[in-house]
Write a protein of this length. Structure first.
Length: 264
């Protein structure tokens, strides 16, 4: 019995964190990303999941104006793993990185990312980042923090941003000097519902304020035996299908994975 309790706890932890889910990375040094160069708005699609990106200027409170002063995206592909990625350039600057030295007082160049509902953010990585430089990050309009890059020169900085969000804005910290700059190398996340290691090929989505993954974890938590867990998932997927969240085929995939799972 103790072993089963431990197994349930491990499975719930995996479900809650999305561990083992299909990992999706928007790589801003990729060939596809270079098509965004010179644009104020660009859509980068990876594995069928679109990410809309806007370039512009923002103030310290995150008030963003798209394309202000000719702000546009620039993608630099660099063989050095610690350099390159997505930056911003303005019409009055030769800069190719997200910087503070803009022609508008009190504003810095910024990038805004509009996520597809099926994408769950895990982290964002910036490069060419060091010597006290660092980003300020807003999620859905709320500041989540100012981040300081490692002091040892050019390097990666990976900021964990676990959770579902609609809009992410990244700009330099306003308390730093005008030479503060960095590239956005990538954004990482997960998008698939996984049950005890079984990949359903169903994108995780929100239903009644919770993700499908969270609702399945609730079934696992309440079930006294495997049959109860399977029945709970069957009721859940029936509700999801009636609500138009998933198709009949997706319902079957989730139920098959639930039936094969070692839960509880």
């Amino acid at each position: 019995m103790k072993k089963r309790v431990l197994m349930i706890g491990a499975v719930l932890a995996l479900l809650a964190l999305g561990a083992g889910s299909f990992a999706l990375t928007y790589d801003f040094e990729s060939t596809a990303a270079t098509a965004c160069t010179g644009l104020a708005v660009c859509v980068l699609t990876v594995e069928g999941i679109p990410l809309e990106i806007s370039a512009g200027l923002t103030d310290s409170s995150g008030n963003f104006t798209q394309g202000l002063e000719g702000a546009a995206m620039f993608v630099e592909v660099d063989p050095d793993l610690n350099r390159g990625g997505l930056g911003v350039v303005t019409s009055d600057s030769s800069a190719t990185q997200v910087q503070l030295d803009t022609p508008v007082s009190g504003m810095g160049e910024a990038l805004v990312f509009f996520f597809d509902p099926s994408f769950i953010t895990e982290s964002i990585t910036v490069t060419t980042c060091g010597g006290g430089e660092g980003p300020r990050i807003f999620i859905d309009g709320d500041i989540v923090g100012d981040y300081e890059c490692p002091p040892n020169g050019v390097s990666h900085l990976t900021v964990p941003l676990v959770g579902r969000s609609s809009v992410l804005l990244i700009t330099p910290r306003p308390d730093l000097s005008d030479d503060n700059d960095f590239y956005i190398e990538s954004i990482e996340g997960v998008v698939e519902v996984v049950i005890d290691g079984c990949r359903t090929k169903v994108y995780d989505q929100v239903y009644m304020g919770s993700t499908i993954t969270e609702l399945i974890a609730g079934c696992a938590d309440r079930a006294r035996n495997h049959g109860q867990f399977v029945r709970c998932v069957a009721h859940l997927t029936g509700a999801l299908k009636r609500a138009g969240i998933i198709s009949g085929r997706e319902k079957g995939r989730i139920q098959r994975c639930a039936a094969r799972a070692d839960i509880p």
